[in-house]
Write a protein that binds this ligand. Structure first.
Ligand SMILES: N=CN[C@@H](CCC(=O)O)C(=O)O
Ligand SMILES: [Zn+2]
Length: 380
């Protein structure tokens, strides 16, 4: 089965020779991109989709989400907008609600959120556990996540639950909980921050996860300067996410090791912390991604276009750099080569925009510009 997309006003493929081109066409064979070229040379195909001058971009790769949770923290957000600071302990509110919800309710909630992501152009999403903080619930959250994505992350070490001491909990996270959760996860993550886990505890969590076959990523340097980024670089993590407060040494270590700096501007929008300086990172040669961090505490948005607009307006990126970080950057963060671009051989994950150019994603913030989403060549 082949599908030709014709009449593409602007195609973003991230081909090194012509990353953005006009008057293009693209052919999909089964679930992969088979051909990309000038509109005038498009080969015959079984069916045709006419983009009618619209822009076509790779589907967004959202490399950081917490989609499986129950409960509502809108009052906490409202209080923050009135001047209250964000504190990591708010996570425990969601833990109580999540433990009380059953598998069916958690599945319903997470599936609805995933549909929300897809409707806004996200075709690959990572999903973390982290709102269970006991063995059975963490395992359940990963089972639910696994029905929605192959990019599942064990985040037992989100915060210490009220019923245990920090040392008891690290023992659980690196012991019985890891044994039960590792079969359902690809990644291991830890929230390395004041109020969550310090450098030694975070190192113990990540190294135990690695010994169990998981690959490390980390929540680092979100609320203040700290050891998380250096730890990510020491362990060869795929990504250090947040990177809001970075010393010059942190930036140099990221550039040297190739650890992706995952930028999550929805968090700064929703906590009133300063936005990370993406320009400083790119200028230093650091690889970056942009993700939503969709979660009930610090960033309850499922919209990659919204995050792109924030990154352009407040983080020093051009519209093209921001889109690249939200697609190819996310793929690098997840160590994926089959998504995040539209070169021949890519999985046919793409978005037809209701706009002539990808610049409209930040030029028209808040406007629904996703006309059609294809995942593996099929209408999503
Ligand atoms: N930083 C840690 N975890 C989430 C926030 C979780 C919460 O407050 O519920 C984050 O990525 O921002
Ligand atoms: Zn997070």
């Amino acid at each position: 089965m082949s599908t030709a997309i014709t009449g593409i006003g602007e195609l973003v493929s991230w081909d090194p020779e012509r990353p953005v081109r006009s008057d293009a066409a693209l052919v999909i064979e089964d679930d992969v991109v088979a051909w990309v070229g000038d509109a005038s040379q498009v080969p015959a195909a079984d069916e045709v989709i006419d983009a009618a001058g619209a822009a076509v971009i790779p589907g967004f790769v959202d490399s950081h989400t917490h989609l499986v949770f129950a409960g509502d923290r809108s009052a906490e957000f409202a209080a923050r907008m009135a001047g209250e600071p964000y504190v990591a302990g708010g996570i425990r509110t969601t833990v109580a609600a999540t433990r009380a919800a059953g598998a069916a309710e958690l599945t319903r909630l997470a599936s609805a959120r995933m549909a929300e992501l897809r409707g806004q152009g996200t075709t690959t999403a990572e999903i973390k556990s982290g709102y269970g903080l006991d063995v059975a619930t963490e395992e359940l959250l990963l089972q639910v996540a696994g029905t929605l994505t192959e990019e599942t992350t064990y985040l037992g070490a989100h915060v210490v639950p009220p019923e245990l001491s920090a040392s008891e909990y690290v023992e659980l996270v690196t012991g019985e909980m890891l044994t039960r959760c590792a079969p359902h996860a690809k990644w291991v993550d830890v929230f390395c921050e004041t109020g969550a886990f310090d450098a030694d505890q975070a190192r113990a969590v990540l190294t135990a996860g690695m010994a169990a076959g998981l690959s490390p990523r980390i929540h680092a340097n979100q609320l203040g300067y700290g050891p998380g980024v250096q730890l990510a670089c020491e362990l060869g993590a795929a990504a250090a996410d947040h990177c809001t407060y970075l010393s010059d040494a942190d930036v140099a270590a990221l550039a040297e090791t190739g650890v992706v700096a995952g930028l999550l501007p929805g968090v700064e929008f929703s906590t009133r912390h300063p936005y990370p300086d993406a320009r400083r990172l790119l200028d230093a040669g650091v690889r970056i991604s942009i993700a939503t961090d969709c979660n009930p505490g610090t960033s309850y948005t499922s919209s990659m276009p919204f995050c792109i607009a924030l990154a352009v307006r407040d983080m020093g990126l051009t519209p093209t750099e921001a889109l690249r970080a939200a697609t190819e950057g996310g793929a690098v963060s997840l160590r994926r080569t089959d998504v995040g671009h539209l070169r021949p051989g890519a999985r046919a994950d793409l978005v037809i925009l209701d706009a002539p150019s990808h610049v409209h994603l930040s030029y028209r913030p808040g406007v629904p510009l996703v006309r059609q989403v294809l995942i593996g060549g099929r209408v999503g």
